[in-house]
Design a protein around this ligand. Structure first.
Ligand code: SAH
Ligand code: SF4
Length: 412
């Protein structure tokens, strides 16, 4: 059984590894890929992103006998998520008639790559088109022996963090579970990361980790994010363990316990300030759930999800939140919570109302945290030359943007 005809598959892999090799050496390239893909059409159900239960129900509804449904789910699931097949005709362990039935009722639709930019450091930023013509971005960050895909959960964001480029774009809509899973499938296609039957098993994964740190607030799109992560974590398919998935939230307190219970992934929190006064300005959701309320919700998280430490993200803004007093307050506040603090040098964007703290300031801040007993890695900005770094994502074509005056007012 061979998911894609062998010679074609090998040619495909060769082409992609050549692209990958060239791209790593090239400075900045922007190319438009021409992989033809359909956007969803009325009537056909997109299989991508359905949970096992949803897929089972859909298959039964399409005429699959109840008794066979579980087995059929497993087979279709493996083709799509383990082998990366996109065409029912290639699902060769299913009878021809059944493949035809699937093709009549279902489709396998992924976001369409509009542009792919490759940074001089190897980071890849994908601009993806989804149903309705909207665009979102996903970023692949290769590292030594591993690689992380940064995934979006919404088109834009309803929140208005004053230092975040995405926050200047009005929310257009939530992504579906299929569009969230689709970002991973598209990136694996682009990297040529599907197993080849018979070839020696390669244990190093190009995409070994996922961070929900792209566009949007994942906890304002909870059900779709949860369902997408269920698909991603399933051992018969993409098979990424919950410990390799990190969800970043600005602090949507009522959904934090649910994240532990229903997803169980690692949690990162956009903390960014040590007084309510400053956090109100930087992360306005703080006016709804303030620092104390947030910390209470976080104290329970590791116990509920049996997870590792919580990551406290802290963007370093010159003269705003980067003093020695801030560092000392920060360690006081989080005392008792298993935590690591991730210092993010501010990634500037055109018109941003802040400046990045100096390297010396960041180091001094990190030192105080370190001496208090916390790991305090300083995040190396990746893909800066293509505006792919944290908080810089904003689709170029969504024109509904806030005015400069509004951004400045929100920044206080
Ligand atoms: N909405 C979620 C996840 C997306 S943002 C959240 O806010 O947590 C991912 C991380 O990038 C967050 O910690 C966010 O605060 C941070 N960030 C946003 N804009 C940034 C910028 N310009 N420079 C550095 N980090 C930024
Ligand atoms: Fe939205 Fe996160 Fe940006 Fe805040 S930092 S505006 S929550 S994407």
């Amino acid at each position: 059984m061979w998911p894609v005809e062998k010679p074609a598959r090998l040619a495909y892999l060769r082409v992609f590894s050549q692209i990958a090799g060239d791209a790593m050496n090239a400075p900045i390239t922007q190319d438009v890929l021409t992989i033809p893909r359909k956007l969803p059409e009325g009537g056909l159900t997109n299989i991508v992103g359905l949970t096992r239960e949803q897929l089972r129900d859909a298959l039964v509804e399409a005429g699959t006998p109840e008794k066979q449904a579980k087995m059929r789910v497993g087979q279709v699931w493996q083709w799509i998520y383990h082998w990366g097949v996109r065409d029912f005709a290639q699902m060769t362990n299913l009878a021809k008639d059944y493949r035809a039935l699937l093709a009549d009722r279902f489709q396998i639709v992924l976001p369409e790559i509009v542009t792919r930019q490759v940074s001089s450091d190897g980071t890849r930023k994908y601009l993806l088109k989804i149903a309705g013509g909207h665009e979102v971005e996903a970023v692949y960050i290769p590292e030594e022996g591993r690689g992380t895909l940064c995934v979006s959960s919404q088109v834009g964001c309803t929140l208005t963090c004053s230092f975040c480029h995405t926050g200047t774009q009005k929310l257009v809509r939530n992504l579906t579970a299929g569009e969230i899973v689709g970002q991973l499938l598209v990136a694996r296609d682009d990297l040529g990361e599907w197993p080849v039957q018979g070839a020696p098993k390669d244990e190093t994964r190009l995409i070994s980790n996922i961070v929900l740190m792209g566009m949007g607030e994942p906890l304002y799109n909870f059900e779709n994010v949860r369902d997408a992560m269920k698909v991603v974590m399933d051992g018969e398919g993409l098979s990424l363990s919950r410990r390799r998935i990190t969800l970043s939230t600005s602090g949507v307190v009522p959904e934090i316990a649910r994240t532990a219970e229903e997803i169980g992934c690692l949690l990162a929190v956009s903390f960014h300030a040590t007084t309510d006064e400053t956090r109100d300005k930087l992360v306005p959701i703080n006016k709804r759930w303030n620092i104390q309320t947030l910390l209470e919700a976080l104290r329970d998280y590791p116990r509920l999800s049996n997870s590792e430490r919580i990551t406290f993200e802290y963007v370093m803004l010159d003269g705003v939140n980067d003093s020695d007093d801030d560092a000392r307050r920060l360690v006081q506040l989080i005392r008792g919570i298993p935590a690591k603090i991730n210092l993010i040098p501010f990634n500037e964007w055109p018109g941003a109302p802040y400046k990045r703290s100096s390297n010396n300031r960041i180091r001094a801040f990190a030192d105080i945290i370190y001496k208090a007993g916390y790991a305090s890695p300083i995040r190396t900005p990746r893909g800066e030359d293509i505006m792919a770094a944290c908080g810089q994502l904003k689709s170029a074509t969504e024109r509904g943007r806030k005015s400069r005056a509004q951004i400045a007012a929100e920044a206080g």
